[in-house]
Design a protein around this ligand. Structure first.
Ligand SMILES: [Zn+2]
Length: 92
């Protein structure tokens, strides 16, 4: 949920979280006065899961997982068709 910056004439700036569709132009401040919404871009991501995902993605790009041997076990085979007409199709 985006974070919006509001400005109270007495207390100064503070941040509040609203959904994009419900963000008001004014919101009550802790002092009881109404604070005016400032003009700024909404902070869509401040840490949390999005930042953790970006860190994990960057980590795999810098230090990819390395295996020391070929994986063992059976892999599922390539599915083939039993239709004889498919054998006449051009091959790549
Ligand atoms: Zn205030």
């Amino acid at each position: 949920m985006p974070v919006y910056r509001f400005h109270c004439a007495d207390c100064g700036r503070f941040d509040a979280t609203f959904s994009m569709s419900d963000v008001p132009d004014h919101t009550p401040c802790s002092c009881g006065a109404y604070a005016r919404r400032g003009i700024s871009s909404p902070a869509l991501s401040r840490g949390g899961r999005a930042m953790a995902l970006m860190d994990a993605t960057k980590s795999t790009a810098d230090t990819p997982a390395v295996v020391d041997r070929v994986p063992t076990g059976s892999r599922p085979g390539t599915p083939t068709s039993a239709n004889p007409l498919h054998a006449k199709l051009p091959r790549p």
